[in-house]
Each structure stands twice: as structure tokens, then as C-alpha cells.
Ligand binder design. Structure first.
Ligand SMILES: [Fe+2]
Ligand SMILES: [Fe+2]
Length: 317
């Protein structure tokens, strides 16, 4: 009979990393295109799926130049967030795998993949920052404060007791890495400024591999946790998943003010994001891969876990 089949990616690896990873094979530069002005006549800075408020009637009335500037603001914000997230959150989570901080044995291929993933994220931070700087210069965007979500995520670590922190770090990475690929899927070639599209697509291709890897590591970890650690994981996941879908309203209000909207109109524009059920709806559609990985790991075999996530509005009963 035939030997073992290797058509499937072996577990706990990033597949053919040497021939697939952006940092290894994509030698693009990320300079804004020479025909930028021409492109902006028909293309956008950022995909509307990332900026749902952009379709608000008040912004439509304000005209294309205003909408374009708001999209540029949001893209710079997103890229600054990405740069911080890759370094301070995702790579810190990866360190828990590489350096044996989790109380489980790490297979050698899992460790190698973690080291490769760390390298990928460093490169993503580099090109995200490179594009952000060019757009910030172009529009003289100066509001570059640390996005609120980064602080909220780091608060999760501060609130955990020191022995629980490696697990908390890992879960911050697991959730981030299983939602980002879905987020980036909403980009389309024909409607975005070419440099932005290329950068986001190169990022997406790596993230599809990362999402698979983190899902597998979560399953491995969950099977090894004792009951008290599983309870802690449940509480942390509920908290962390919620945080990743919170809007940064103060920043959004500042962005709207920067293009001339007064407070009253700005509140009308953001109100849709703040409806009581809007947050749970974003979680349900954005965290599909996260919940699938939890399901596969057996997380929802526990009736109490199902109940907790159902009560939060995150899953069906
Ligand atoms: Fe990344
Ligand atoms: Fe990643």
C-alpha cells in the first residue's frame, strides 16, 4: 500500500513557511503608488467592512473627500493598532510557547512554528508602520495615541495573578490570531489603493496559517488543563473575546471632529455601534474561527461553558 500522505499540513506547523511566509518570499516595497491621486478618484483607503459608520447618511452628505479622510484616519489607527498588537500582545503570547512558560510540554515542531510566527509578526509590524507613516505624513495626521484596546488587553494581564499570567497571555494571542484572518478577508483588490491592498493581502496570507496553528495549540492546551485552569480559561476567554469587539468611541469622536462634525452629529454617527445588541452581533460574526477552535477542543462539551457564552449573547443555546 502507499506510504503516509503529506497532502495535509502536519499539525503544529506553519506549513511550507520558507516558501510561503511574506517575510521570506514577498519582496514588495510598500511605498504609496505614484498615481495615488488618480487611484483615489475611484478607490478607497480602507474596506468599508472595517469602518461600518462610513455609510452613515451624515457622512454621505458631507461628500467623498470627507469620507476619504475619515477612512485614512481609520486606516492609520488600524495600522498603529496592528503594529502594537503584533509586538506587545501576539509576540508576547508566542513567547509563552517558545520559552515553556505554559505548564505543558511543547513538541519541537510546535516550538519551531512559534519562532517562525514571531518572525512573521515582526515583519507585519514593520510594513504596517511603514504604510501608516506615509499616510500620516500625507494628511498630517497627529492623533497617534495608543489605541484603547491595547490598554484594555494589557489590563487583563495586570488583573491576573502572576502564576496565571502566561495562560492569560496565550489566550490574548489565541483570540487575536483566530479573529484577524476573518477581518482581513473583507479586503478586495479593485477597490483599495494598490499599496494598501498588497500589504493587507500579504498579511492575510500569513494570518490564515497563524489562525490554523493557534487553533491547534489551543486544542492541545485545553486537553492538558486541569479543572481549575479550565475555569480560569473560561472566565478569561469571555472577557478577552468581548474586548476585541469593543469600539474605541473617544477616538472615533476625535476623528469625526477632525473633519468638522460637531458633537451632536458625531454622536448620531457612532450611535449604531453602541446599540445594546451590536457588540454581541460583532462577536458572533467576528469570532467564528475562535468559537470553532473552542468547539473542536471540547470547550463547549461543558454545559456551564455553553451557558456562560450563551448568556453573553456570543453563541446559540
Ligand atoms: Fe500579523
Ligand atoms: Fe499572526
Amino acid at each position: 500500500m502507499t506510504g503516509p500522505s503529506f497532502t495535509h499540513t502536519p499539525r503544529y506547523t506553519l506549513g511550507d513557511w520558507d516558501n510561503k511566509a511574506a517575510v521570506r518570499v514577498r519582496k514588495n516595497d510598500y511605498r504609496l503608488p505614484d498615481d495615488l491621486e488618480q487611484q483615489l478618484a475611484s478607490r478607497d483607503w480602507f474596506a468599508p467592512a472595517f469602518i461600518p459608520y462610513i455609510e452613515h447618511p451624515l457622512i454621505n452628505q458631507a461628500g467623498r473627500a470627507i469620507a476619504q479622510r475619515l477612512a485614512a484616519n481609520h486606516l492609520v489607527y488600524f495600522l498603529d493598532y496592528t503594529t502594537l498588537l503584533e509586538h506587545r500582545v501576539v509576540n508576547r503570547a508566542v513567547e509563552t510557547i517558545v520559552h515553556g512558560e505554559l505548564a505543558i510540554p511543547i513538541p519541537s515542531q510546535m516550538k519551531t512554528a512559534a519562532l517562525q510566527l514571531y518572525t512573521d509578526e515582526g515583519y507585519h509590524a514593520l510594513f504596517s508602520n511603514e504604510v501608516a507613516e506615509q499616510i500620516a505624513t500625507l494628511y498630517d495626521i497627529r492623533d497617534r495615541a495608543i489605541p484603547r484596546r491595547i490598554d484594555r488587553l494589557l489590563d487583563v494581564i495586570a488583573a491576573a495573578s502572576p502564576p496565571d499570567r502566561p495562560l492569560a497571555w496565550f489566550l490574548l494571542g489565541f483570540v487575536s490570531e483566530t479573529i484577524i484572518a476573518k477581518e482581513l478577508l473583507s479586503i478586495t483588490r479593485d477597490t483599495l489603493v494598490s499599496t494598501v491592498y498588497l500589504m493587507l493581502r500579504n498579511h492575510l496570507e500569513d494570518e490564515a496559517r497563524h489562525s490554523r496553528y493557534f487553533s491547534e495549540v489551543f486544542q492541545y492546551l485545553w486537553s492538558a488543563l486541569d479543572p481549575p485552569q479550565r475555569d480560569l480559561t473560561t472566565r478569561l476567554l469571555l472577557d478577552i473575546i468581548g474586548l476585541y469587539f469593543e469600539p474605541d468611541t473617544p477616538w472615533l469622536m476625535r476623528s469625526l471632529a477632525s473633519v468638522g462634525f460637531d458633537e451632536q452629529d458625531s454622536l448620531k454617527i457612532v450611535t449604531g455601534l453602541l446599540q445594546p445588541d451590536a457588540h454581541a452581533r460583532r462577536v458572533r460574526s467576528g469570532a467564528v474561527s475562535t468559537f470553532a477552535a473552542m468547539q473542536k477542543a471540547g470547550f463547549f462539551d461543558n454545559a456551564l461553558n455553553r451557558q456562560i457564552f450563551f448568556h453573553a449573547g456570543f453563541i446559540d443555546g
